[in-house]
Design a protein around this ligand. Structure first.
Ligand code: GLU
Length: 310
């Protein structure tokens, strides 16, 4: 079976150092296995999509020497596939309609889910209360452990009913949820190796459960540490992470390699983009990626000595 990896950015802003890590690690892992690498634009959440961001992301990838197989897949054009998957889950009694507003959930519970949000108290689990209409569709979770071995983070185990609760597949604002879209598209694109930031580690059990419910194969997972700034906040547009400078691809790539524990030699800073890629492929050692969920960078986006383990 051919190994296939992917990079799946959300076009909510330009690429920053944190997203370069996921792009680079996923591409190197797929290529080192002699496999393919795809790009998927996760623009399913239309309200969060920033005009022009998708095009800027693709141009930035190209400027950094990334090459991908096939056409870029756009989630905004995949709604029919998500609708079909939701219909399958509905027909199997696994998805149910939910009438609850955020406020009603907040009144009904104060139990937190693993992501810090309120865990759905199950109000509509056995049917909509009389006179109420569906706002969203949720997945019925099980009171059973879902465990997997992440190649960097080790064994991860969640009980979805306890740690997450019945989660949303189709949102009250008419959008399909990320968890459903990502699973449908990974299966559609035949992705066998998912490499991405450790901020998505806690979503993985939900995705594995959905893969099982839909009869899909479960891919392998590798979650690289999330880059944080000096205040230990995840690099993102919200925390003011600068967009990658497309005129500095070699510097950006070598910094990303260093962050991923690959120890690029000093001379590489004077090499061409193609030479950096050749070195990176020949020396790719995923086992050297730091085994932590978060890793602090200093202002120059180098791993700092005070890196914390979790
Ligand atoms: N679109 C998601 C993000 O940018 C990544 C999804 C994934 O890699 O599974 O955070």
């Amino acid at each position: 079976m051919i190994c296939r990896g992917r990079f799946a950015p959300s076009p909510t802003g330009e690429l920053h150092f944190g997203s370069l890590l996921a792009a680079l690690a996923s591409c190197l892992e797929a290529r080192a296995r002699g496999g393919e690498w795809r790009v998927r634009m996760e623009d399913v959440d239309t309200p969060r999509t920033v005009p022009g961001a998708a095009e800027a992301i693709l141009a930035c990838l190209e400027a950094h020497g990334f090459v991908w197989e096939g056409e870029t897949l756009w989630q905004s054009r995949r709604r029919e596939a998500y609708r079909e998957a939701l219909a399958t889950l509905q027909s199997r009694g696994l998805a149910y309609p939910c009438a609850c507003s955020r406020r009603e959930i907040a009144v009904a519970t104060d139990i937190r889910a693993i992501d810090g949000g309120l865990r759905y108290p199950g109000t509509c689990r056995h049917g909509l209360p009389p006179g109420r209409i569906a706002r969203a569709w949720r997945l019925r979770t099980e009171d059973a452990d879902i465990a997997f071995i992440d190649r960097i983070q080790g064994r991860i185990c969640q009980n979805l009913a306890r740690d997450v609760g019945d989660f949303v597949l189709w949102r009250a604002d008419g959008q399909f949820a990320y968890q459903l879209a990502v699973v449908v598209d990974d299966a559609f694109q035949g992705i066998t190796h998912i490499v991405r930031g450790a901020d998505l580690l806690d979503s993985t059990s939900r995705q594995i459960y959905l893969q099982r419910c839909l009869g899909y194969d479960v891919p392998e997972y590798l979650h690289v540490p999330v880059a944080t700034n000096a205040a230990d906040e995840k690099l993102s547009k919200q925390t003011g992470a600068p967009a990658l400078d497309v005129r500095q691809p070699v510097a950006n790539l070598t910094r990303a390699l260093a962050f991923l524990g690959q120890r690029p030699p000093q001379e590489l800073s004077k090499a061409s983009v193609a030479e950096v890629w050749a070195w990176a492929l020949a020396h790719w050692k995923p086992e050297n990626i730091p085994r932590t969920r978060r890793l602090r960078t200093n202002g120059r986006e180098q791993p700092s000595c005070g890196a914390t383990r979790r």
